[in-house]
Design a protein around this ligand. Structure first.
Ligand SMILES: [Ca+2]
Ligand SMILES: [Ca+2]
Ligand SMILES: [Ca+2]
Length: 665
């Protein structure tokens, strides 16, 4: 090991000399080491040995593309470095078989992956490459992690799988999926709170997905044979109907029927030693098949009529081996090239490993960021101008999300428990954008039903907790939102869509006082999470209403409440007189509305249960206040609103605060 190290230190000197002769003016550059250091995208901390990613000059990229063997490019300094490192592979990262012109214009053809002996000291190898004038950036292959969590298969004999009449679909385990509709049952979690969920059921009355919305699950392999997933798997028809061992659609990947394994270069797998079922669990939350009388429901799993959104398996972890940044970048590129518009990511580099956005990109684009930008700027759905990327915030319990999640262009999801409070493991604060149910083992007893229930490989099901489990709730809601937009010919820009996803939330802060006992008997100081779980708890119904352009009016459960739409019209400072408007029976039923009174141009009512409904409210648009019963030209107008009754909602009358969370992003 030491020998290699010393040998390569000597090599740096040699390469430096050759660079000087190649025209680098030493008088203008303080030292070769300083020049080389500026080219390093990240550090060798926690990096994979034996590989680096480099970004070469345009002219070098052209020469490399023409060379029959890339390791004999004809670029003297590069060929020498390759030989000295004993590199056995120098390959373009991105797939120029598909969409080559766009990728070339973006410079994606300039990224190369170089593989060499694991004995070679990484820092020395990186400096050696960075010393070459045609090499503009060098990136270490940081190891990728899934946020750590324990996945526990369900013993079906212990699970009550009764179908209750009020459930919208006949999946027998839906009653246990409190994360979709939380009834506050003590057997779920001792302090479970009714309504601490994503408010999914009212959305399923409007849409449960569309098969032309494709969600790429960047994770372990998805068990595409699972009886509760198979009908919602994305299918590459050319490969499905093609020949084994042949790249039938000529996209550069052989037999990529439901996706591809970028860690082991081959078919998607889930049965290697070291596989955990993580990708299958995540996929089930997004789109397990609904209403098929089997197992669980998925957020966007359809109605049982082949109308669920599709899951594409972009496998970056396989038997404990990860695809590295280059393989992960290819997986993201693949998702964009093959039609996904939502990128679901429950993986990262570990909270705190990368300090901030600048350290993530070092002022220059890393290979995975290049791929993220390509995904975000590729339009695969008529409803969305671009692609949206959603990440788990991380499970280190730190006041910062891990990277890439924390990066400012990506949505980072924190996790709540069935009590509507932060989980003990969730990352929070810096870099976090929105919360969703991630589940939690019951305090002190380690009982599982407070975790998230979903699919596991080989037709099994299981509970797990983590921001990994929270994240696919947001991806599933995003898929429902795009399904709804497609149904209604609505087109959103990416910034508009991200705004909808992070601002269509219910307040979490009102509950964040005092302490909470966690699973191991320790306590969480809830005040430290105030305003730090992202904007709030995502609400699927509010998301759809925002896509529709309908304002949501949050209402508390069990309290007499004054509804004043003045806060939602104009600049919010108008005094609007409401006119008696008829609330539909459906709305009254959905929210258990009682004691409806119209008082002085305002509506007074009590919601007796959590629920959501559309209402049309009429009002007088100014001009009639003559006094003495005289009316002069008070024009009547009306607007549709969504009433959303949730527990613990605080309604701040006369301001927009309750409608606009305005929290820290
Ligand atoms: Ca193929
Ligand atoms: Ca094939
Ligand atoms: Ca099912």
């Amino acid at each position: 090991m030491n020998k290699t190290h010393l040998f390569l230190l000597a090599l740096v000197g040699l390469v430096a000399v050759s660079c000087v002769t190649n025209g680098v003016d030493e008088a203008q550059t303080p030292t070769m080491e300083a020049v080389a250091a500026k080219k390093l995208v990240n550090t060798a901390d926690n990096a994979q040995n034996g590989q680096l990613v480099i970004y070469v000059s345009e002219s070098a990229a052209e020469q490399l593309a023409l060379a029959e063997v890339a390791t004999r490019s004809g670029i003297v300094a590069l060929d020498e470095a390759v030989a000295t490192l004993g590199a056995h592979e120098l390959k373009p990262v991105f797939n120029m078989n598909v969409n080559a012109d766009v990728k070339r214009a973006r410079g994606m053809h300039r990224w190369y992956n170089i593989s060499f002996s694991e004995e070679v000291d990484l820092n020395v190898a990186a400096q050696c490459l960075a010393a070459i004038s045609d090499v503009e950036r060098v990136q270490f292959s940081a190891k990728i992690e899934m946020p750590k969590e324990e996945i526990k298969p369900v013993d079906l004999s212990e699970l009550t799988t009764t179908r209750s009449e009020d459930l919208p679909f006949d999946d027998p385990m839906l009653a246990q999926q409190w994360h979709y509709r939380n009834l506050g049952l003590k057997e779920t979690y001792p302090t479970a709170k009714e309504g601490a969920d994503i408010n999914l059921f009212p959305v399923w009355k409007i849409t449960a997905g569309r098969r032309d919305v494709i969600v790429a699950v960047v994770d372990e392999g998805v068990c595409y044979e699972h009886v509760d997933l198979v009908d919602n798997m994305w299918v590459n028809e050319a490969e499905a109907n093609g020949a084994e061992g042949v790249d039938d659609d000529e996209n550069g990947y052989v037999d990529d029927i439901h996706g591809y394994n970028f860690a082991h270069n081959g078919r998607v797998t889930w049965t290697r030693t070291g596989d955990t079922g993580h990708g299958t669990h995540v996929a089930g939350t997004v789109a397990a098949v609904n209403n098929n009388g089997i197992g669980v429901s998925g957020v966007a799993g359809g109605t049982g009529n082949g109308d669920g959104v599709r899951i594409m398996s972009c496998q970056i972890l396989s038997g404990g081996k990860d695809a590295g940044p280059a393989g992960t970048a290819k997986a993201v590129e693949y998702a964009a090239d093959m039609g996904a518009c939502i990128l679901q990511n429950s993986w990262g580099f570990g909270a705190g490993q990368i300090a901030n956005d600048a350290a993530f990109a070092n002022g220059q684009t890393s290979v995975e960021l290049e791929a993220f930008h390509y995904f975000m700027e590729t339009q695969n759905s008529p409803a969305l101008e671009g692609g949206v990327i959603i990440f788990a915030a991380g499970n280190d319990g730190k006041a910062v999300a891990g990277y890439p999640a924390a990066y400012n262009e990506l949505i980072a999801v924190t996790a709540i428990a069935p009590d509507g409070l932060p989980t003990y493991y969730t990352c929070y604060d810096r870099g976090c954008n929105v919360a969703a149910p991630g589940g939690e083992y019951a305090p002190t007893t380690w009982a599982e039903p407070g975790c998230v229930l979903s699919t596991l490989p080989n037709n099994k099901y299981g509970y797990s907790q983590g921001t990994s489990m929270a994240c696919p709730h947001v991806s599933g809601i995003a898929a429902l939102a795009l399904s709804y937009a497609l149904d209604n010919n609505i087109v959103l820009t990416l910034p508009e869509f991200k705004d909808i996803l992070v601002s269509s939330v219910n307040d979490l802060n009102a509950s964040l006082t005092g302490f909470k006992t966690n699973v191991s008997g320790g306590t969480l100081n809830l005040a430290s999470y105030n305003n730090k779980m992202g904007t709030g708890l995502i609400d699927a119904y509010r998301v759809l209403m925002a896509v529709r352009g309908t304002k949501a009016i949050p209402l508390p459960v069990g309290e007499e409440t004054l509804v004043d739409i003045s806060a939602y019209l104009g600049d919010g400072n108008l005094t609007i007189k409401m006119v008696e408007s008829e609330l539909s029976e459906e709305a009254i039923d959905a929210l258990g509305i009682e004691n409806i009174k119209w008082l002085g141009g305002k509506l007074m009512l009590t919601c007796t249960k959590p629920g959501s409904a559309l209402v049309t409210l009429k009002y007088i648009a100014g001009g009639n206040n003559q006094g003495g019963g005289q009316i002069t030209g008070g024009m009547s107008a009306q607007q549709e609103f969504a009433f959303i009754a949730r527990p613990n909602v605080t309604v701040d009358e006369g301001t927009l605060e309750s409608n606009n969370p305005g929290g820290w992003l």
